[in-house]
Design a binder for this molecule. Structure first.
Ligand code: ADE
Ligand code: ZN
Length: 338
């Protein structure tokens, strides 16, 4: 086991579906609370915030933790801790969701500005690049079950900040698919694409395959979760032919209860059918996992061999929004791995 763990750690990997707020550990939450609460959270209270029994409870917990991120220094601390942990796992590139949608929602007034917050994120990113050699892009994530106007604000902010910060690579939609699909965001996705932003989308996590079709119909380039595609032969064909990258999240799906077990997860079937699947950790601090552990689970729970793990790592580079030259370099390194 130590040998395969070592192989996984050394394998150059990209993480493509990771929420910044979902990487905040209870111990960091205690530190954040000490910065701005009159009566700071104890560790036990912080840990209690992370307890949930279903998907709705998870979203509530995520919102509560995000509410502890207030100033630029809070975001910088969270991002730096995240980046250190990414580098320790052998992750060479990450594309990280920032829930600007939750930030605006919490701040509660129209004049809230994200730019100073983003400066904190950029300080952490640049330090990671300099000190740890890791590259990172930001994806601004809106909450689909808030209003379309709120999502528009998030995407416009991404487009505007991108002019000075090309590290903002794209946009995404998270939240509760049972309350809102993708169609209402069609015009916003078109507008974002015209601004040069890449398009990701959570789809088919808690809803059926039609949600994935709807996400594709509005131009989504990558699909997060895509669990329910397993029920739809023609959709699987389409995803394969178009080489749509799927950002799969094993432990997340088991812990939020949308998938009954690791054995039941469609990762193995999608992989064997030749889909462009990638492994990701989604919200590792909430689910007690991380990307290296997800690779290990693919090995222990679904029998992925070393070569197949190598293929998953190569898929993560291919499916990233990195420039082609950098992709080629990483793919060469992965190929050469012993
Ligand atoms: N926000 C953070 N994690 C999420 C998930 N797994 N699904 C939807 N929205 C999210
Ligand atoms: Zn997610």
């Amino acid at each position: 086991m130590t040998e395969i763990k070592d192989f996984i750690r050394r394998l150059p990997k990209a993480e493509l579906h990771l929420h910044l707020e979902g990487t905040i550990l209870p111990s960091t939450l205690v530190e954040l609370s000490a910065r701005h609460d009159a009566r700071p959270l104890t560790l036990a209270e912080a840990e209690a915030l992370y307890r949930f029994t279903d998907f709705t409870g998870f979203l509530e917990a995520f919102k509560a933790v995000t509410g502890q991120l207030i100033g630029a220094e809070d975001y910088e601390l969270a991002a730096w801790r995240m980046i250190e942990h990414l580098a320790a796992q052998g992750i060479v590139h990450a594309e990280v969701f920032v829930s600007a949608g939750v930030f605006y929602h919490w701040s509660g007034h129209d004049s809230a500005v994200f730019e100073p917050i983003f400066a904190g994120l950029e300080r952490a990113r640049l330090r990671g690049e300099r000190e740890l050699g890791i590259s990172l892009y930001w994806i601004f994530d809106a909450v689909r079950h808030f209003t379309v106007a709120e999502a528009e604000r998030v995407f416009l902010e991404a487009a505007e900040l991108r002019l000075a910060h090309p590290s903002i690579i794209g946009i995404g939609l998270g939240g509760d698919e049972r309350r809102c699909g993708s169609a209402p965001f069609a015009a916003l996705y078109e507008q974002a694409a015209r601004a040069g932003l890449r398009l990701t989308n959570h789809a088919g996590e808690t809803t059926g395959p039609e949600a994935i079709r709807e996400a594709l119909a509005i131009g989504s380039e990558r699909i997060g979760h895509a669990l329910s595609a397993s029920h739809d032969f023609y959709l699987l064909q389409d995803l394969k032919e178009r080489e749509i990258p799927l950002e799969l999240n094993l432990t997340s799906n088991v812990r939020t209860g949308v998938c009954p077990s690791y054995a039941a997860h469609p990762l193995r079937r999608y992989f064997d059918q030749g889909l462009l699947v990638t492994l990701n950790s989604d919200d590792p601090a909430f689910f007690g996992s991380d990307l290296a552990n997800e690779y290990l689970l693919a090995h222990t729970e679904q029998g992925f061999t070393r070569d197949e793990l190598r293929q998953l790592a190569a898929n993560s580079i291919r499916a990233s929004f990195l420039p082609e030259l950098q992709k080629t370099e990483w793919l060469f390194r992965i190929d050469a791995m012993k």
